[in-house]
Unconditional design. Structure first.
Length: 543
C-alpha cells in the first residue's frame, strides 16, 4: 500500500523531491510494511524533522518508534503532538517514562498531574506518585497509596506495589508483604518473588531465600544464584524500574480486555524503562507476536541474559514463537541444542516434544516426553506435575497410532491424577471411540463433565457417548451446548450434525456440517464436503 502511494504521488507530481517530507514519509511506510525497522525509523525521523508540526507524520512516527524501540524518535513525535495538544493519554506515558529515566522529578510530577487530569489512566496515578516520592526522596511513598484492603483497580495496583516499595525502602516487613502479594498474583507470582529477592539478596539472604520457596524453574534458578552469592537480575531498586513494573501489569490488564495494540505499546515502553527486567521483554514479545509481528517479537527475547532466572522460560517462548512464525525447523534445531547441552532439564525435553508435535512427528514427540519423565524423576526442580507428562506422552503415542502404549501412559496419568478433568476425558473418549470398555469410558467422561461442566470438549465427549447409545435428545442438548462454547471446533460441529441427522433434522445437520467445514482442513474438509453432498453414511461417520 505504501509503495502504491509512492507511485501515485510520483505520477501526480511528475517527480517527488527526494528531500521532501512526503518522500521520506512514504518510504518509511513502505520500509515498515516490509519489516525494515531501521530504514523505517530513519524515514520517519527525516520526515518529522522536515515537517515538525505535521500531525499525520508525528502519529505514524510515534507508533512505529514504540514498536521498533527507537525512543529518540518516539520522544520527538510525542513532543510534537504535545505542543499541539494532540497527544493521546496513552502516549503521555512516553513523556512520563522519559522524565523518570532522566530523574527530572519536576517534569515527572507535571506529567503525572496530566495523566490524572486526562482521566483515562487515573487508576494508576497513586502508584506513579508513590514511585515519584521514592525517586525524588520527597514525601512518604506509602502515604499516597490507597489503604490496604481497599477495592477497585487503584487498590489492586497498590497492593502489588506496596510490598515492592517496602523492599526498595529496606523495610523489615517487606518479605512477608511480598509473599502475601505473590500468593494472590496468579501467573505473576514468580516475577514478584524474584523481583523482591533480587533486591533483598544484597542485604538479607535468608529473607531472599524465603521469598524463593516454591516450585518452578525460575524460582529454582534464582535460588541457585542467591545460594552462590551471585546477583539476581530484575531488581526493582529505582523509580524507573517501579514504573516499568506498573506498565507491565497495566499491559496485561489491557490485553485481557482485548486492547492488544495498546497493551503491546505499554509493554514495549517498559523495556525502555527497565531493560534488566526480563518480564518486560517476554510480555512485549508475546503481545507483538499476537499481532502477527513475530519478526519484531522474536529478536526482543535476545535481551534476556543467559543467567536470568527466566532464561529457560524465554527459550520456551522463543521456540514457540518460531513455530508460530512457520520457522519450525529453526525451532527444532534450538530445541535439540538445549536437550544436548550438559544438565538438560525436563522442560528442555518437553519443549522438544512440543516442537515435534507441531511438526506432526508424534513418535519423536512421545520419545521426548518420555525423556522428560526420566529427567524429572532424577530432579523434579522444574515443578511440573508428573501426570501432565504422562498425559502428553499418551497423547503423542495416540496420535502416532500406538494405542496400546498410549493407553498405558494415559492410565498412568489417571492413577496419578484421578481428579483431573482433562485426564478423565482423554482416557474416556479414547476408549469410547475404540468401543473399548464403553461403560467405564462413559463413567470417566461423566466424571470429567461433573468436574468441568463448562468445558466444551468434555461436554462434546459426553454428548457423543450418549449419541452412540441412541439417547438422541440428551445427546443433542449437550452437543448444542458444546458448539455454543466452541463455535469454531470442527469435531464438535461435525458431531452435532451427525446427531441432528440421526434425529431426522437434515437441514440443521447440513448447517452444522457447514459450520465445521468453515474451519476444516485436509481429510476433514474432504469428508465434510462429501457428507454435506450425500448425507451421513457408515463410511463417512465421525469417529
Amino acid at each position: 500500500m505504501a509503495a502504491a502511494a509512492l507511485a501515485g504521488a510520483t505520477a501526480a507530481d511528475a517527480r517527488v523531491d527526494d528531500r521532501s517530507p512526503l518522500y521520506s514519509y512514504v518510504r518509511a511506510r513502505a520500509a515498515a510494511a516490509e519489516g525494515s525497522l531501521a530504514s523505517a525509523a530513519a524515514g520517519f525521523g527525516a520526515a518529522l524533522a522536515a515537517s515538525p508540526d505535521n500531525e499525520l507524520i508525528a502519529r505514524q512516527a510515534l507508533r512505529h518508534a514504540i514498536t521498533a524501540g527507537d525512543w529518540r524518535l518516539a520522544l520527538d513525535a510525542a513532543r510534537t503532538l504535545d505542543r499541539r495538544n494532540l497527544l493521546q493519554p496513552d502516549a503521555r506515558f512516553i513523556l512520563v517514562a522519559d522524565s523518570f529515566k532522566r530523574r527530572d522529578w519536576r517534569a515527572a510530577r507535571a506529567q503525572v498531574d496530566l495523566v490524572e487530569r486526562e482521566q483515562m489512566f487515573a487508576v494508576v496515578v497513586p502508584v506513579l506518585r508513590a514511585w515519584l516520592a521514592f525517586g525524588s526522596g520527597q514525601g512518604d511513598p506509602l502515604a499516597v497509596l490507597p489503604a490496604p484492603g481497599g477495592q477497585g483497580a487503584s487498590a489492586a495496583y497498590a497492593a502489588e506495589h506496596r510490598p515492592l516499595l517496602l523492599a526498595a525502602m529496606g523495610r523489615a516487613e517487606a518479605v512477608d508483604a511480598l509473599i502475601g502479594a505473590a500468593n494472590s498474583a496468579g501467573p505473576r507470582a514468580s516475577r514478584l518473588r524474584i523481583a523482591g529477592a533480587a533486591l533483598l539478596a544484597r542485604r538479607d539472604r535468608a529473607g531472599a531465600l524465603r521469598l524463593l520457596e516454591g516450585p518452578g524453574e525460575p524460582l529454582a534458578a534464582a535460588r541457585r544464584l542467591v545460594e552462590t552469592r551471585r546477583p539476581v537480575p530484575g531488581a526493582i531498586d529505582g523509580a524507573d524500574d517501579g514504573i516499568a513494573e506498573l506498565l507491565v501489569r497495566l499491559s496485561l490488564d489491557l490485553h485481557s480486555q482485548d486492547a492488544t495494540d495498546l497493551a503491546a505499546a505499554f509493554a514495549r515502553l517498559a523495556t525502555w524503562l527497565s531493560p534488566g527486567n526480563s518480564e518486560t521483554w517476554m510480555v512485549a514479545a508475546e503481545l507483538l507476536a499476537q499481532q502477527d509481528r513475530q519478526a519484531v517479537a522474536v529478536p526482543l527475547l535476545a535481551n534476556v541474559a543467559a543467567d536470568d532466572p527466566f532464561a529457560a522460560t524465554v527459550r520456551d517462548q522463543r521456540i514457540r514463537l518460531l513455530v508460530g512464525a512457520d520457522q519450525s525447523e529453526v525451532a527444532l534445531a534450538e530445541a535439540l541444542a538445549a536437550t544436548g547441552a550438559p544438565g538438560a532439564l525436563a522442560p528442555d525435553w518437553v519443549r522438544l516434544g512440543e516442537v515435534y508435535v507441531a511438526l506432526d512427528r508424534q513418535s519423536d514427540a512421545a520419545t521426548a516426553f518420555g525423556r522428560a519423565l526420566e529427567v524429572r524423576r532424577a530432579s523434579d526442580a522444574d515443578g511440573r506435575e508428573e501426570w501432565t507428562l504422562w498425559l502428553m506422552r499418551g497423547g503423542a503415542l495416540d496420535q502416532a497410532g500406538n494405542w496400546p502404549e498410549a493407553r498405558d501412559a494415559l492410565r498412568r496419568a489417571y492413577r496419578l491424577a484421578p481428579e483431573q478433568p482433562v485426564v478423565l476425558n482423554y482416557l474416556g473418549y479414547a476408549q469410547l471411540i475404540r468401543n473399548e470398555d464403553v461403560a467405564e469410558a462413559e463413567r470417566l467422561i461423566r466424571e470429567a463433565h461433573r468436574r468441568a461442566p463448562d468445558n466444551a470438549a468434555i461436554t462434546d465427549s459426553l454428548g457423543w457417548a450418549l449419541f452412540r447409545k441412541g439417547e438422541l435428545t440428551e445427546a443433542i442438548a449437550l452437543l448444542e451446548q458444546a458448539a455454543e462454547g466452541a463455535p469454531a471446533d470442527v469435531e464438535i460441529n461435525e458431531h452435532l450434525g451427525d446427531a441432528y441427522l440421526a434425529a431426522g433434522r437434515r437441514v440443521e445437520a447440513r448447517f452444522a456440517w457447514q459450520a465445521a467445514l468453515a474451519y476444516a482442513e485436509g481429510e476433514d474438509a474432504i469428508r465434510l464436503r462429501a457428507r454435506i453432498e450425500t448425507g451421513l453414511t457408515p463410511r463417512l461417520a465421525a469417529r
